[in-house]
Ligand binder design. Structure first.
Ligand code: FES
Length: 69
């Protein structure tokens, strides 16, 4: 789904940037331009970033415990 209409950025692209090391809206904005136009997508983009960071943390915790994610 498109999160940022102004720059045609999808949630998948945002998730990929987080997987590649971005961990804040500022970093994702610098890489993809999200929230640098009208700004209406900022809240949704933050939610996608947060969800992805939480998923990555959960996967990391499972890996440390030797359990499947
Ligand atoms: S919808 Fe993202 S800047 Fe306008």
């Amino acid at each position: 789904m498109y999160v940022c209409i102004c720059h045609a950025v999808s949630d998948t692209q945002i998730r990929q940037e987080v997987c590649d090391g971005a961990c804040s809206l500022r970093e994702v904005s610098q890489r993809l331009g999200v929230a640098t136009g009208c700004g209406k997508c900022g809240k949704c983009a933050k939610r996608v970033i947060c969800e992805t960071l939480n998923e990555l943390a959960a996967m990391e915790n499972c890996a440390e415990l030797g359990a499947p994610a």
